[in-house]
Design a protein around this ligand. Structure first.
Ligand code: ADP
Ligand code: ZN
Length: 606
């Protein structure tokens, strides 16, 4: 059996394991089961790829992400790993060829879609092949209430009965306790060792802003902070995805839409352009993103509120997998809260399910409205403790002001009560501000005692108050009606004068000043720039030749290391982070040529 450290160095070109990787690899190599919870970008793939190479037989990787298998397999082949896949995109002769390779022991790793795996033909095939392990990727797909649920995953509990000798590793980036328990239970992983890696993603700057003029807010964010960079913009509806993508294109950005309603071919093209081209913005519904392992996504912007903290964490986690600075921006407002609360109230499903959804949404709203460190709250939600505020979220960078809003809150709540708990926020604000519009008059609301008692605040300020009251659960949204607000039990002590309420003051713009427009490579010295550009051009050319995204040839970190070390011989190149034996052989000479040329012209200049 080959030593895992040798494989790490020679195949992947990395000098050391990260975090718990080595312990996980060792457990698998010893034939034990493992459950791995690691944030996106943490390095999950090596946890099964290395033991698959170290152990005799083929490692079977179960993944729902058919569209990505080709890329994953190409990336492995560039490393000299013998990899293949089985899914519905293959023709029958291609399937047969892969099956033959498996039986002949010519594969180190085989990626299989779950629906393909559970077919009798595949199970029979696997019974006849020597297997190193089963890796169940995106294991949270087994969780029935989760939004990524796949029924085929439920059948995977048979693996250890049918293949008792083969170790299993289940991996996910979904952090919440409930999902973790569901994975253990449904996949019968009770005896597996659990590896739970801290969930912090320190390089992501979390920011949550009040929606004011969302397009203008997004535009200045893109222009000032992330010009020409790759990122994802999430929207709730397909229509909004298309409108936003169109508008961004008109504004001169390279933006593409992605949602489940687009034809499969077009979705594939857009995904592949996002992976291969520089600086593409993907405007998408949550249908996009699972398994996208593009390392240099520099921002994730949400134009609508995610349904839960889990969803928010998972979606924002797609930024900055390479560990370089990235931003997560969420814009939200009163309409979002009302819309989501309504959607949930009206959704199918039993009462317990609805209650859970509401609780999840409340936790998300709590995160939006807090005045302390966002990261501390986010991590606490997943059971991680962070002692000090992070210094890299909006509330740390610009601490929000709070004010004693007890008086205003009482006015707002009584106004809701006096007008019959049937009206939405706009009408409530009109009554408070003493508007004479038609609806106020025809409803006779100019006669209620709360009419006009709120002249001291602007309409925007009242909306802020109402939003925070809904978020904090003082007000409910009528699911059947048109967003009518209703009082909840929580209001009693406030209305009786027994409790005071502090709210946050919204700032018009909440852009931390510590960030200015910059390119990801802005820190590269002027003198190094020509070589840097030449290395990138070399990478681009090779990527095109091999039909893979540039980062499959080498990551930015690897090019940076080359820039620093300036290797002139093959042996030196091996000590660059990310250069293993296979890539040395395939691409080494091309990059050495580029570096040598600069070294030569550099020394001439001396
Ligand atoms: P995940 O699947 O957990 O989101 P990946 O397996 O895609 O993460 O790894 C994220 C990035 O980190 C990849 O680019 C990978 O090559 C890199 N990486 C993983 N482990 C190491 C390591 N030990 N040393 C250096 N880079 C690593
Ligand atoms: Zn913070």
């Amino acid at each position: 059996m080959q030593n895992p450290r040798d494989i790490l160095q020679h195949v992947f070109g990395y000098h050391s394991f990260r975090g718990q990787q080595e312990a996980i690899v060792q457990a698998l190599v010893n034939g034990e089961d493992a459950l791995v919870l690691m944030p996106t970008g943490g390095g999950k793939s090596l946890c099964y790829q290395i033991p698959a190479l170290a152990r005799p037989g083929t490692g079977i990787v179960i993944s729902p992400l058919i569209a990505l298998m080709q890329d994953q397999v190409s990336a492995l082949r560039e490393l000299g790993v013998r990899a293949g896949f089985l899914n519905s995109t293959l023709s029958f002769p291609e399937v047969q060829a892969t099956e033959r390779a498996l039986l002949a022991g010519e594969l180190d790793l085989l990626y299989v879609a779950p629906e393909r795996l559970i077919q009798p033909r595949t199970l029979d095939l696997l019974q006849r092949a020597p297997l190193a392990l089963f890796a169940i990727d995106e294991a949270h797909c087994v969780a029935q209430w989760g939004h990524d649920f796949r029924a085929d995953y439920l059948r995977l509990d048979m693996l250890h009965r049918e293949f008792p000798e083969v170790p299993r590793i289940a991996l996910t980036a979904t952090a919440d306790m409930r999902t973790r328990e569901e994975i253990v239970e449904r996949l019968e992983l009770g005896a597996a060792e659990q590896f739970i890696v801290g969930f912090d993603r320190p390089n992501i700057q979390y920011r949550i802003q009040q929606k004011d003029n969302p397009r203008r807010q997004l535009l200045s964010f893109l222009k000032e902070e992330h010009p020409q960079q790759a990122g994802i913009v999430y929207c709730l509806s397909r229509k909004k995805v298309e409108q936003t993508a169109d508008w961004l294109c008109r504004e001169g950005f390279n933006a593409l839409p992605y949602h489940a309603g687009l034809p499969g071919k077009l979705r594939e093209t857009h995904q592949s352009r996002f992976l291969r081209e520089d600086g593409v913005i993907m405007v998408a519904t949550i249908a996009f993103g699972m398994g996208i392992d593009k390392p240099d996504v520099r921002f994730v912007a949400h134009l609508d509120l995610p349904k839960s903290v889990e969803a928010y964490y998972q979606e924002t986690g797609r930024a900055g997998r390479d560990g370089q600075p990235a931003t997560a921006l969420l814009l939200y407002g009163l309409e979002d809260v009302v819309k989501l609360r309504q959607m949930m109230g009206a959704s199918e499903g039993n009462e317990q399910f609805k209650r859970q959804e509401q609780q999840r949404l409340s936790a998300m709203l709590g995160l939006c409205e807090i005045t302390s460190c966002r990261r501390q709250t986010l991590l606490r939600y997943f059971g991680d403790v962070m002692e000090e505020p992070c210094g890299n979220c909006d509330t740390c960078l610009i601490p929000p002001e709070t004010w004693d809003a007890t008086e205003a809150v009482r006015k707002a709540l009584s106004c809701v009560y006096r007008t019959g708990q049937r009206f939405g926020a706009t009408h409530i604000v009109d009554v408070l501000r003493g508007s004479t519009n038609e609806k106020v008059i025809t409803q006779g609301h100019d006669k209620v005692t709360t009419y006009g008692i709120g002249q001291d605040l602007t309409a925007d300020e009242w909306r802020t108050v109402l939003r925070q009251l809904v978020a904090a659960g003082y007000l409910d949204v009528d699911p059947a009606g048109f967003g009518g607000l209703q009082l909840t039990e929580l209001c009693r002590p406030v209305l009786r004068g027994e409790q005071s309420v502090h709210l946050r003051r919204d700032l018009r713009t909440r852009k931390p000043t510590t960030r200015t427009a910059r390119r990801p490579d802005a820190d590269i010295a002027e003198a190094d720039r020509p070589l840097w550009e030449a290395l990138r051009a070399c990478r681009r050319r090779l990527a095109e030749e091999h039909g893979v995204p540039p980062y499959v040839i080498f990551h930015d970190v690897t090019l940076r290391d080359m820039l620093e070390q300036r290797p002139l011989h093959e042996q030196d190149l091996l000590s660059v982070n990310g250069v293993g034996d296979s890539k040395l052989k395939r691409f080494g000479i091309e990059f050495l040529d580029v570096i040598r040329e600069f070294d030569y012209s550099g020394s001439q200049a001396l």
